[in-house]
Design a protein around this ligand. Structure first.
Ligand code: ADP
Length: 241
């Protein structure tokens, strides 16, 4: 476990060389799975995540279907090789929780009224995890939903803020998550100015809590621009020779 000094040195530099308000490097590519209606691949620091969206399609089992609207389902899954110790491929309590929070974070962004009795399935496959995988997955899921042509009010952009060495920082990595004092993942719809995911692991004062939300929202706004670029690259760029 890293000490406070190793997490944040006297020059304000973190264990991975970032400043306190700096995001990890993010790259997103839309539309990479042939068999999915929409898909995306994200690298968020060392997180590598693939998302496939299928639907709107018939609901199985049928009793889950709703005659008034389409429904959203989400499965977050970590591959056995995604972390240093082999992860059991069976769904863990943590994966069930993250599937639920990702679904609830995406739900306010999609408009499924026009697709009664159908389901939109979002499959998240974590190939490599390094802290903040739920936020990275949410960012890719939003792109995959847009790539599938699902009507949306806005995209959900996500990133965490947290507290390490008594300092509020943007985008907590795995080492900071383990040795730090707090981790707060936030999902946010920038155009609608609405938070759709807010979790907190750790203890913060009221002022720190408010600062963390502000810092995370600023991070989400940067992520949003990268998400838009991924969609522009897929849909509006063509090679004119
Ligand atoms: P998030 O990935 O959204 O931050 P957590 O805070 O639960 O979710 O997990 C933090 C990090 O801990 C993960 O990104 C991953 O790097 C690591 N981790 C999660 N589950 C396992 C596991 N079963 N074995 C080893 N490392 C894990």
């Amino acid at each position: 476990m890293k000490t406070d000094m190793q997490l944040l040195n006297n020059d304000g530099i973190r264990c991975d060389g970032r400043k306190i308000d700096e995001l990890r490097k993010i790259t997103i590519k839309a539309g990479i799975l042939k068999n999915a209606n929409g898909s995306a691949y994200i690298e968020f620091g060392n997180n590598k995540i693939l998302v496939g969206v299928f639907g709107p399609r018939d609901v199985h089992p049928k009793h889950l279907s709703d005659t008034n609207t389409g429904i959203l389902r989400c499965r977050y899954h970590m591959s056995p090789f995604s972390v240093t110790e082999r992860k059991n491929p069976a769904p863990s309590r943590r994966e069930i929780e993250i599937s639920k929070v990702i679904k609830e974070a995406l739900q306010p962004s999609v408009i499924l009224k026009k697709f009664p009795r159908t389901v939109v399935d979002v499959f998240v496959e974590v190939l490599q995890a390094d802290g903040g995988s739920r936020c990275a997955a949410l960012n890719a899921a939003s792109i995959a939903l847009a790539d599938a042509g699902i009507p949306m009010k806005d995209m959900v952009s996500a990133c965490a803020a947290g507290k390490i060495a008594d300092t509020i920082v943007l985008d907590v990595n795995n080492e900071e998550d383990q040795a730090g004092q707090a981790d707060m993942p936030v999902g946010y719809m920038p155009n609608l100015d609405k938070i759709t995911l807010l979790q907190l692991d750790g203890i913060l004062t009221t002022q720190e809590y408010e600062k963390c939300i502000d810092v995370a929202i600023q991070g989400c706004k940067i992520v949003y621009e990268i998400q838009k670029k991924a969609l522009i690259d897929k849909f509006f760029k063509c090679d004119i020779k």
